[in-house]
Design a protein around this ligand. Sequence first.
Ligand code: G4P
Length: 194
Amino acid sequence: MKRLYETILTEGIVINDNVLKVDSFLNHAINPQLMKEIGEEFAERFSGEPITKVLTLESSGIAPALMTSLVIGCELIFARKRQSLTLVDNLISTTVDSYTKKQKNTISISGDLIKPDDTVLIIDDFLANGQAAKGLIDIAQQAGTSVVGIGIVIEKSFQPGRSELENQGIRVESLARIASLTNKQVQFVEKTRL
Ligand code: G4P
């Protein structure tokens, strides 16, 4: 995705060897045109799959997941990280360990919104250690659904998330794959899909 690579290079700020700040288009401000193209790209990559639900995790997964579900023409569900006053019955929950933040979060969705005959595509903003993705897979599996794969906007390929998911037999499609953030430089794994 040419525009995504260009936006990462022009607007991304390398905080340190492990962390890329993308608050100007993905994690705080959101670039709607870029999100639209991201949605179209995920829909194209997973075309042919009988997807009935897109599943993501609040908050930064919602924008790319919403555009993907719009293009596919299916519903979007986001797992909540915080307890909700109204989301109390028939909860499906799991625990996600955040290496970055050194904390555990319980994430939940309503079992009323997802059924065993659903076919799920998981979308998230970043793939680092894969904990959020594994939590979403666990939720989809608890609901009895099948998962066609995971779409990631920015993968940090120097961290173990992708290989751990692939070892579980999960298809991972990342729109930008970062090989390294050393020397304050973003190095991509490959640019073959520019
Ligand atoms: P993991 O899910 O792949 O294991 O990631 P990890 O625990 O390391 O990351 C926890 C949070 O930090 C996630 O956001 C994840 O998207 C984000 N994150 C990880 N690496 C980076 C990075 O290099 N840059 C940025 N900008 N974010 C990163 P979150 O807590 O769920 O945040 P949000 O969705 O509420 O915005």
